[in-house]
Design a protein. Sequence first.
Lengths: 312, 296
Amino acid sequence: MSSHNTVSFSEARRVAVFGGTHGNEMSGVTLVNLWVKNGAEIQRKGVETKPFITNPKAVEKCSRYVDTDLNRAFTPENLSAPGGDDLPYEVQRAQEINRLFGPKGSPEAYDVIFDLHNTTSNMGCTLILESSKDHFNLQMMNYIKKAIAPASCPVLLNEHPLLKYSTSRSVAKHPVGLEVGPQPQGVLRSNIFEAMRVILKHALDFIELFNEGMEFPPCTVDVFRVSERVDYPRDANGNIIAMVHPNLQDCDWEPLNPGDPMFQTFDGKTIHYEGAGTVYPTFINEAAYYEKQQAFVTTRRETLVASAIRKA
Amino acid sequence: MEHVSLPALSRVAICGGTHGNELSGVWIVREMQKQQVEKVGSISITTVMSNPRAVEACKRYMETDLNRCFTDAILSAPVTDVTPYEVRRAHELNAQLGPKGSQEAMDLVCDLHNTTANMGLCVIFTTFNWISLHIYKYLKSVCVVPEFVSELFLLFSTAFEVGPQPNGVVRADIYNLMKEALDHLVDWVQEFNSGITFEGGEVEAYVFEKSIDYPRDPDTNELTAIIHPQLQDKDFILLKPGDPIFLSFSGETVKYEGKELYPFFVNECAYYEKHIAFHLAQKTILTIPSVSVEND
């Protein structure tokens, strides 16, 4: 493994924790509301940690979004769109969030944003990474993984040119997604709630240690890189004709081999996976993705190398 | 107990989408309509999508919960321009499938539901009648063990409540379980109609006693605690005084106080707004007579 030089980053002074980007993903909504009332738990020496509800109207309605998915709304077009009040609610929110925590891509942007999500998929505690070259985030994820071992937290890397999307957290220099499941929309499960809380605690500990001057040596991080979106089988009119097969249901992060059952039609027939090789599916049967034409997403395993890092 | 003879059950209705985001029933009804299932042996089958607009929107309801609209008061009030969508549907469904006692009324209606609670396959009846109880007894002998509950509010005579499944998701295992139970129900009705005598005996049933709400902040009404990990997913497992029921956000455990009862609908998504964290039921033993179809 090559370590190159140590990469320096400025201290991470401004950190935000987003909840309610999807208004029915209850762990983040509840945690952020708690921390807005009393933020002691998320404060660290030398860091200003801001808890923030990104989509209050969706939270109020306990729905994923009001007009459009906020977690897809941070595109350059949306962020510069004129129109004010005439714009869809979430586009207005995206512009507001970009103003408060960005501007995206500028030196004034927040250092780190944690975006708290739940999924109906059996993904456990997944960390979502947007760039394979973000050594700061890679080191943070390595730290978190070691801190919770033997429990695991898979890292999902979405750098796919077509499948990558413009998230709320992408406003920050170092965006981190926390995706914890399985949990139904609109429901608060105690185990899921606590798991998210613990992951975030370790993440903030890492930031504090980094800011105090700790140097983190080179390391490797095993990730799952997003490869392909797989839709439900549909008929000529676009109606879904099959469900995720019982053998695939809840098997996020487990190998799916060519020939394995993948879907079951409503009248009981099995449809098999016919890819070229073994893949690792995730976001299996996520409620919100029926409308996005996604039954699951395939990933491939990869080991990323993170350079040593220290504060500048 | 003396043997009971009852009229044949020749008209059966199967309803899905009473709540538009409970997808097993939606897809079972869609599939039956696609296969044009209209007659099975001696039975004529009517399939109904109860709340089509809510199904389209994948929401529990548009304006008001359809499954609470079947009271005498609501059904006898006239429909006007300002009548909520679900109340209109209730009137339409009542006319289509009932009214009770009329010549055209369905002999049996089965309403298909899902829950986010870990209730497995649960058969719900409004009233104890011999047909319902015999169907339950039969299902118990051929299916994954179902529970039988008497519920206060019910659209129709019978409901299948299957969970756990998130709203807006269709899980193949849950779909298959519900489909299997429905197939067995139809089998039973056919056998009954053909003249077979079903032996009586005892059946265990859970009878609703009361509900418990979440602890809430008195000023804001927000939750201050959630279902304790030791109660989560423990539907139909006896709850005793002193058992943990809630865990507050600050880490305190709230313990159950009261008589020993069986919790169900533990952490059902739709019940947060109804101020129900879980229901509690008594277990009771019912004696049922043998039944057969009456000769014309």
